[in-house]
Design a protein around this ligand. Structure first.
Ligand code: 2HG
Ligand code: ZN
Length: 460
């Protein structure tokens, strides 16, 4: 390996290459913290040419590459645990161009999502994909996982906002895909193939991002709800009567953890379920509509209580109850599931899954929350303090198997937005057919003939 790294240094004398143990550890892991990081080096290219040079070198020396953004992923997609070279895009983090007519921002892939949002805002526009990891994740990672988040209900996934991509494939070719066109009916849309491929086909180095008009003024409401069916009733009623920007739910168990982590108690009493709702509030009529829907909810029983934010600070506090969940659970090293179903199938799935888990693993605390308007549930299983990690993981794999069986019956997906990576690889078949996976493998062979691009992620 030393000789191969020397060859890389010779081929790219200006390339920044890190090999200190602490750096290998830092860049070799993502937020899953399950695998022991063991890359052999970290490459920090500063240009597309350097990325191309690294890929040619990796092909010649048969060395696996792991593309790396903010490493905030929850499925192990950015983990390097097998002597790979991590290619971190963190030095390629600039805004390259803005075009007001096209309403398009061209960026390097290592730029953090929050800086993209701020750059759009500085132009009086908006990049609307948003989630709690905005400050740490990178746009390249968002593209690699087709990241979703809290505003998908209104704006769609990352996929909808990518007008063009520059990609270095596993063969070392540079592809400029779609080039910012709105319409382009000229054969396969390879851009969409790269989005969500988790770096297994190539490395996204630049992206053209669509921007849109800033959001309307909004209002934030927190609802207390008696059961999960009521969450869906509330969603249907509010979606039909308001212009929703977000509709997120969580349970009393999730709230308990956020409150223990510094959140503000929203109601005098505890309730089983909660929903944070953000809706357009452009005139008095919007507020009247929201209040009248809430009153209908009280009368028909889907709402138990509610609070409307009286200020931006209070709106942020209400959002914190939802956005703070992941952080508040971190100390329990939770096992995460991130499933997608048709919205109509959510109640049956949730009830069956709750029953199955409670029957088989009554000792587990399970935290449910997620993006109801997108049919996306997050199911975090918390490790009891006295259970060894290995036993916990074994049992969680069994829980996931149960969930995968239920998902297959309800036509759902084992990953809504976190990706397959390493964590969900054993469950890909079931969500996708063997024939589909064979097609994916065939595509990978074309774009990555030596299997150097994030090998072992998504499928073997
Ligand atoms: C969220 O929606 C993220 O907050 C993280 O997708 C979910 O921690 C999780 O399971
Ligand atoms: Zn989520």
């Amino acid at each position: 390996m030393d000789a191969a790294l020397d060859a890389l240094r010779d081929a790219l004398p200006d390339l920044r290459l890190l090999t200190d143990a602490s750096e290998l550890e830092h860049y070799g892991r993502d937020w899953t913290r399950r695998w022991t990081p063991a890359p052999c080096a970290i490459a920090l290219p500063a240009s597309v040419d350097e990325v191309v040079g690294i890929v040619h070198w990796a092909r010649e020396h048969q060395i696996a590459l792991v593309p790396s953004g903010g490493r905030t992923g929850l499925s192990g997609g950015a983990v390097a645990a097998n002597g790979e070279v991590v290619i971190s895009l963190e030095r390629m983090n600039k805004v390259l161009a803005f075009d007001p007519v096209d309403r398009m921002l061209t960026v390097q892939a290592g730029i953090p999502l929050q800086l993209v949002q701020e750059a759009a805002c500085a132009q009086g526009l908006q990049y609307p994909v948003d989630f709690a990891a905005r400050g740490s994740c990178s746009i390249g990672g968002n593209i690699a996982t087709n990241a979703g988040g809290i505003r998908v209900l209104r704006y769609g996934n990352t996929r909808e906002w990518i007008a063009g991509l520059t990609v270095v494939t596993g063969a070392g070719e540079v592809l400029h895909l779609n080039k910012g066109l709105v319409k382009n009916s000229s054969g396969y849309d390879l851009r969409q193939l790269i989005i969500g491929a988790e770096g297994t086909l190539g490395i996204v180095v630049e992206a053209m991002l669509k921007l849109t008009a800033p959001p309307p003024p909004t209002q934030v409401m927190l609802l207390a709800l008696p059961d999960f069916d009521a969450v869906l009733s509330a969603f249907s009623a509010l979606r039909d009567g308001l212009r929703l920007e977000a509709f997120e739910f969580f349970t009393d168990v999730a709230l308990k953890h956020v409150l223990a982590h510094g959140g503000q108690q929203p109601f005098d009493e505890d309730h089983p379920f909660y929903a944070v709702v953000e809706y357009a509030h452009e005139s008095e009529a919007d507020e009247v509509a929201a209040l009248s829907l809430f009153e209908q909810g009280l009368e028909s029983g889907w709402a138990l209580d509610g609070v409307i934010a009286g200020s931006d600070a209070q709106a942020a506090q209400l959002w914190r109850l939802r956005e703070g969940i992941t952080e508040s659970l971190a100390r329990y090293t939770p096992y995460k599931n991130d499933v997608a179903l048709r919205i109509s199938a959510l109640p049956a799935f949730l009830h069956e899954a709750e029953r199955l888990i409670a029957e088989e693993y009554p000792q587990f605390e399970v935290v449910w929350f997620g993006h109801i308007g997108d049919g996306n549930l997050h199911i975090n299983v918390l490790k009891p303090d006295d259970l060894p990690q290995a036993d916990f993981l074994r049992d969680c794999e069994r829980v996931t198997k149960l969930l995968a069986g239920l998902l297959a019956r309800h036509g759902g997906s084992i990953s809504a937005e976190h990706g397959i990576g390493l964590v969900k690889k054993p469950y890909l078949i079931g969500t996708r057919t063997a024939e589909e996976v064979a097609v994916m493998q065939g595509i990978k062979r074309v774009l990555d003939p030596d299997d150097i691009m994030n090998p072992g992620k998504i499928f073997d």
